[in-house]
Design a protein. Structure first.
Length: 266
């Protein structure tokens, strides 16, 4: 195995190792987080850690994680750029894996909403936050050094897709409201930049969704249709006039979610 990458320490008890899987959907790559005792003065390969999102099935990335004393592996949701590394990392470390869906768990039960996980002098609270996918969860590190790990529910920049019909806009708006009700704290997304606070970004996300819904309403009016009668392809150019063609599928999925929301809530 070639030289192993070493994580970047972000703050006491939190480090990140980014997978080398950049794309228009994953931005610079998947951020895998290593959580450890906040009182630990220096991260070393002897440090006990919990992994949040092992990332894709990329051996170099997974061996770099396995070089630490992995106590547990947590998953924010099922997509392969987050979950693909589970089999190999579990094999390398023997660490239990917990996710909302039982099919991704190894030697452990599925996560429960509101559950508190105690490890490495740290408490993590589990929050179910469906919308991006139905199985999406976020993790809140409790205590004076609070932190929010959002998976793909909130990205470091840009906006996330809603994988309709599995992910719905109603669920997503409820999830954003749930996160906004938390104290302002550092936000650590699975893709993109870190954020010193959560409230500003969450507010921007809610405003973006409301603005996008208004754009869809205007587009429907131009077509003379209601949400229940329109197809995403009819609205794509009206709502996303400068869309990168590589993102057409993601935009269509989000339009499906918006049309469904308007049809149900009209």
């Amino acid at each position: 195995m070639e030289h192993l990458a070493f994580p970047t320490v972000l703050s006491p008890g939190i480090a990140v190792l980014r997978a080398d899987n950049p794309s228009e959907m994953t931005l610079e790559g998947t951020n895998t987080y290593l959580l450890f005792d906040p009182q630990t003065t220096q991260l070393s390969h002897d440090t006990e850690i919990v992994v949040v999102d092992p990332g894709p099935d990329m051996p170099a990335h997974l061996h770099a994680l396995a070089a630490f004393d992995v106590q547990m592996i947590l998953l924010t949701h099922r997509h392969g750029d987050h979950s693909g590394g589970i089999p190999l990392l579990h094999e390398l470390t023997g660490a239990p894996v917990r996710a909302r869906l039982a099919e991704f768990c190894r030697n452990a039960a599925p996560l429960s909403d509101g559950e508190r996980l105690e490890f490495c002098a740290t408490t993590l609270r589990v929050l179910f936050t469906p919308g991006h996918t139905s199985d999406s969860v976020c993790f809140v590190r409790e205590g004076q050094q609070g932190a929010l790990f959002t998976g793909d529910t909130v990205l470091g920049r840009g906006t996330t897709i809603l994988e309709h019909p599995d992910g719905t806009l109603a669920d997503y708006l409820d999830s954003l409201a749930r996160l906004s009700a938390l104290a302002d704290m550092p936000l650590h997304p699975a893709h993109g930049e870190q954020h010193a606070g959560s409230h500003k970004l969450l507010t921007a996300y809610r405003e973006h969704r409301e603005s996008r819904l208004e754009q869809v309403r205007v587009a429907l009016a131009k077509l003379g249709k209601a949400g229940a009668d329109a197809e995403p392809a009819e609205l794509l150019d009206l709502v996303y006039p400068d869309l990168d063609p590589r993102l057409a599928g993601a935009a269509s999925s989000s339009l499906e979610a918006q049309l469904h929301y308007l049809a149900v809530n009209s």
